[in-house]
Structures are given as C-alpha cells and as structure tokens.
Design a protein around this ligand. Structure first.
Ligand code: GAF
Length: 386
C-alpha cells in the first residue's frame, strides 16, 4: 500500500517514470551489541521497508520529500549546501551527501520521494534502511556503482556523524539480507552466510512495546561501547595481540577484575557470552530445535536486562509475560535497546491466543497498547517492482 501511494505521488508531482528502490528494515535473532566488538550477529532483512521513488532531474539540486509523520521537503545543492530543515531524518541525508562529496563521488541532480512502514524508534533499524536505500538510489541515478560493502561503510559513517557509534550489523543486514533466511555475519572479517529460519510448526512474531528510542541522541549506547573499549585497553597491557572483545576470554576478565570498574567487567562478560549464544543459535536453527531457540532468546533477553542493562521495564514485562504463556517458546528485545520490539517464537497452533494474551496482559501491567507484526523475511536493498 505505502509503496503504491509513494509511487503515485511521485508520478503526479515529479515525473511519470521513477525508479523505485526498496530498503528493508531488519530484525535480529541474537547477537546484540556484539557487532562493534567484532563478534557475531544473526539478523535478517524484513518485509517492512522504506521505498524511494527517484529520478534524475537534470538540475544542480537533490530534492527530497518525505511521506512520513514528519513531512518536509529538503533541497541540497550538489556542493552540499541547503536551507534550514526541521526533520531529524534530514540529518541522515545531509551526512550522506557530505560524505559522498568528501570522497569526490559524482553526485547528480535528482528528485526523491521516500516513505515506508518501518515503525521509527522500534528497533527495526529504520535509519539503516534510510541511509542504505538513499545511497543505493544515488548510485542508480549517478550511474557510478558502489559495492554493497562500500555503501554499508558510508551509511555507518553517516550514523557516526549524527552521533551513534554503531557497528555494521544493521547496514549489512539491510544490504545483504535474503528472503526466508537469517544472515550470519562475523563482524571481524565481515564474512557471512545464510541460514533458513523456518521452524516447522512455529511462527515468528514481533511485538512493539511502543516505547520509542532514539539511539543517536541517547548517549547510553555509546557508553556501552566505551565500557567495552576500556576492557580491551586493560587486557591489551598483558596480551598485546588483543584487538577487540572478540579476543578476550572470561579468564582474561577475571585477571583484570581488581583493576577495572565492575560495571565494565559485567558489560564485557555479556558480550563474550552473547557471542556464544549466536553460535548456539546457529546450531539450534540447523537442527530445527525450537525449544532451544526459545531458551536462547530468553537467556539473551535477561542478559541484556541484568548485565548490559539496555532493556526497559516494559520490554522486561513483555518477555516475562511470554515466559508464563504455554505457546510462547521464547522472546527477547532486539536492537540497540531502551525501547522497541521483542521478537517472539510462538507455537503456530497457539498463535492467535498467545498474541492476544500477550497484548492484554501487557496492557493491564503497563497501560500501553502494544502492536504486533507477523515476521516476513525479505531480500536486502533492491530495485523494486510491484
Ligand atoms: C543498533 C546499532 F546500530 C547496531 O550497530 C547494533 O550495535 C545494535 O544496535 C545492537 O546490536 O541497531
């Protein structure tokens, strides 16, 4: 629906023959905050996405118009200058254009209308979809190709410019995702592989706690990254080859426990164990062991809650409610934290009753209406034909 509205709006207001690009959001099965520690992640790109209708306009301007809750038109000259704008999303486009100019990328004038159905601030990575989709659209208009790896790096740099020192999980998931598959990424050497996530008799559902986060303006994400870096610096004193938490063991943590803040130790322990949970999840999915998949989801959630301390009381409530429901095998918060969705593995035969019990009980505990979405895994960024 949303794609059709954007396409017809573009045709009415710009020109009749736009190129349509779809950039998906992403979920993450397990491997949270491990990406910037050079660890493992297991995300997937999803059907919800951002659509870009674009065409060259043979001018010296990149004109962008949003079909979002914050509608606005922003125009950038090809040298990056622009009029004042209010929308937060404008910062991402500005950052991308500045990065491309600094890399002497040959920008061309274009019109772009974008919008989509990824709920913002819900842990489904609308910002990575926005950045990766826009950069991909630029390459289609300018005619100068950039590899998907390069697009991911530019999109990550844009996030850093805005203030989120993120890793590369979201960008890689959005760019390299494959329909029906989870995407395993080793964030050390960026090698990846795919694994089908269909578990016979079980369904994946996202529940949006409707607590929104904005990681780019919330320093808690970056604070977690600093905690991890503190540990690496300390371990490096006795083990110079250690470059990231990926190389640190629980024994190393023990050895430095009297020299470093206990909170940093707790955070690092979480990362080391989370990497292990990704390995276990890969095995459980391969074996089709839904019970084990559910257990790993729950373990991962409580580790984020008590060790990494990035959940909220509402997300904890959702997971706890699920633990007491027969049909729910497991669930966890996804993404950077401090709000957003949980991912839930539910017995298909008990799907409807489990979802309604979850939502009802959540409402009675928090007075908040949660929403749910059936999960559909789609391809990464691509030219879209409807
Ligand atoms: C956010 C970041 F952008 C990712 O890089 C990743 O760290 C994630 O939080 C947590 O796993 O989405």
């Amino acid at each position: 629906m949303v794609d059709k509205t954007i396409i017809s709006f573009f045709k009415e207001n710009y020109n009749d023959n736009p190129l349509i690009i779809k950039a998906p959001g992403r979920i993450n099965l397990i491997g949270e905050h491990t990406d910037y520690n050079k660890g493992f992640v297991l995300p997937a790109s999803i059907e919800k996405g951002i659509y870009f209708a674009v065409s060259a306009n043979n001018s010296e301007a990149i004109r962008i118009e949003a079909f979002l809750s914050q509608p606005e038109k922003i125009e950038f000259a090809l040298n990056g200058t622009h009029k004042e704008f209010n929308s937060f999303w404008g910062n991402y486009f500005k950052a991308i254009i500045e990065i491309l100019i600094s890399e002497n990328y040959p920008l061309k004038g274009m019109d772009c209308v974008f919008g989509g159905d990824i709920p913002i601030g819900s842990g489904l990575s609308s910002s990575a979809a926005l950045c990766c989709g826009f950069i991909y659209a630029i390459t289609k208009i300018s005619g100068k190709k950039l590899s998907r790896e390069k697009i991911a790096l530019i999109a990550q740099k844009a996030e850093h410019k805005i203030g989120l020192n993120c890793g590369l999980m979201d960008q890689y998931a959005v760019l390299f995702g494959k329909k029906g598959n989870a995407f395993f990424l080793d964030c050390n050497d960026l090698t990846h592989s795919y694994i089908p996530i269909n578990l016979n008799g079980y369904s994946w559902v996202l529940v949006n706690s409707n607590i929104k986060h904005n990681l780019a303006v919330d320093s808690e994400y970056n604070k977690r990254r600093i905690s991890c870096e503190n540990i690496v610096k300390e371990v490096k004193l006795s083990k110079p080859n250690v470059c990231s938490l990926r190389d640190v063991t629980l024994k190393d943590l023990n050895n430095i426990s009297d020299k470093i803040d206990a909170i940093d130790i707790k955070r690092a322990k979480y990362i080391i164990e989370e990497n292990e949970r990704v390995r276990r999840m890969m095995k459980a999915l391969t074996k089709g062991d839904a019970q084990e998949v559910g257990n790993i989801l729950n373990e991962g959630h409580w580790a984020m809650s008590t060790q990494y301390e990035i959940t909220t009381s509402e997300l904890d409530a959702l997971v706890k409610i699920g633990e007491n429901l027969e049909g729910v095998l497991g669930s966890r918060m996804m993404g950077g934290g401090f709000g957003g969705c949980t991912i839930n593995l539910i017995q298909t035969s008990k799907l409807e009753s489990s979802i309604s019990s979850l939502l009802e009980e959540y409402k009675s505990q928090t007075s908040i209406d949660a929403e749910y979405y059936h999960l559909a895994i789609d391809d990464g960024v691509k030219v879209y034909s409807n």
